[in-house]
Design a protein around this ligand. Structure first.
Ligand code: C5P
Length: 383
């Protein structure tokens, strides 16, 4: 598995610290959707696996310029710049989940430690996209998870005190179970103590779930089963490396529209009624545990696929094409409109990418391996 994480190092200028976090995309080899709940969300059982395609979130934490606000719990001093793949379609204001993630951490620290905002540094964030946007690969969610990890360190009360020590924090070993989320940060009474811990993993999971259904998984990456909206996670075992190809269609598909279409097709009797969403998950987890791509290819399933195909019939044709070109199996990626093709090995994946890239219905074809990591802290050096 690749290294996960935030790598924070001296930014060069006195008083500034640089944080770098990789934000990995994901594939859902299994997605079972139950009926709509009272809150409008659908009860899911989905298997996530993070993939090597990633964005990078960098942040430079420094002091505010003269005349600027040092920080505010509702409106922290954050600037966001976006570059890389599809950058022109990514907002840089607070509609971007990266900014909302920083705000969520700021509020959590302020709740646990009133007045903490006075020491929040100015955060200059740069997001470099490598994951196609609006493709059902959870790029925005991964960016949010990386930003949560960065903000958890950068805004931590006491973190701004000058220190020359390097801190190495391993990835959490415990499974990412997000049940019974606490409502407040477990900061302890000494808010200014640089030695006391910041937000706990459970607290971060709570903030992540509020930001979006896929954000909790992106904090951890690897392979997991998600229940509820997808935010209640349980680590799954996976062996070996899987080779995927992602074929991104020209126009995005809005997730709510795909869920609505699923409800419509079910109500009209065009699809069977929703049953236990976890129904087909065990065949997938078995194939993942064995590291067997042929077994996995046969079991791939996404309940949202017929809904996305109903809205975009060309995706069904694309599914057949990618398998003609050598994909062992195919499945809609998340809520689409990207199609994910599982391949036997890296060579087969390259060949499928080349053939799909020439298809008019395909905006972009990319290969990736799975599983990859999540957004965990590796190193933190202040200067
Ligand atoms: O949580 P997220 O922001 O990804 O959800 C976007 C939308 O997708 C929701 O507002 C809802 O319409 C739909 N959704 C759903 N059931 C889920 C996840 C998302 O209906 N489990």
């Amino acid at each position: 598995m690749s290294t996960l994480g935030i790598d924070a190092e001296a930014a060069g200028e006195a008083g500034e610290t640089r944080f770098t976090a990789q934000a990995f995309g994901k594939v859902n080899p299994y997605l079972g959707a139950g009926p709509a709940r009272a809150d409008g969300f659908h009860e899911l059982a989905t298997i996530f696996q993070s993939v090597s395609l990633h964005d990078t979130v960098e942040a430079i934490a420094g002091s505010a310029e003269p005349g600027e606000s040092a920080g505010d719990p509702r409106n922290p001093n954050v600037e966001l710049e976006v570059r890389g793949l599809d950058a022109e379609s990514v907002p840089t204001d607070r509609s971007n989940l990266v900014v909302r993630a920083v705000e969520a951490v700021a509020r959590a620290y302020e709740r646990a430690c009133p007045g903490a905002y006075r020491s929040f540094p100015r955060l200059r964030l740069q997001l470099t996209k490598g994951i196609p946007t609006a493709g059902g690969m959870a790029g925005g969610s991964a960016d949010a998870a990386a930003a949560l990890r960065i903000a958890e360190q950068a805004l931590r009360p006491g973190a701004q005190e000058p220190t020359r020590s390097a801190q190495q924090t391993g990835l959490p070993q415990e499974p990412p179970v997000a049940e019974g989320l606490p409502g407040r940060a477990e900061l302890g009474p000494e808010c200014g103590d640089p030695g006391r811990p910041g937000l706990t993993e459970r607290e971060l999971l709570g903030l992540a779930a509020d930001l979006g259904s896929d954000v909790p998984f992106a904090l951890f990456g690897g392979t997991a089963l998600g229940r509820g909206r997808g935010e209640r996670l349980e680590r799954l075992s996976a062996a070996g490396t899987f080779h995927w190809v992602f074929a991104v269609a020209h126009e995005g598909l809005a997730t709510p529209a795909v869920f609505r279409e699923l409800d419509r097709l079910r109500a009209a009797g065009e699809l069977p009624e929703a049953t236990d969403p976890a129904g087909g998950a065990s065949a997938i987890s078995e194939a993942l545990a064995q590291g067997n791509p042929r077994l996995l290819a046969r079991a791939l399933h996404n309940d949202l696929e017929p809904a996305a195909f109903s809205l975009r019939p060309e995706l069904a044709r694309l599914k057949a094409k990618g398998q003609e070109f050598g994909g062992l199996g195919a499945v809609l990626s998340g809520s689409g409109p990207t199609m994910a093709f599982l391949c036997a090995d890296a060579g087969a994946a390259d060949a499928v990418v080349r053939r799909l890239d020439a298809e008019p219905a395909v905006r972009l074809a990319l290969s990736a391996t799975a599983p990859a990591g999540g957004a965990g802290v590796v190193k933190h050096t202040g200067c």
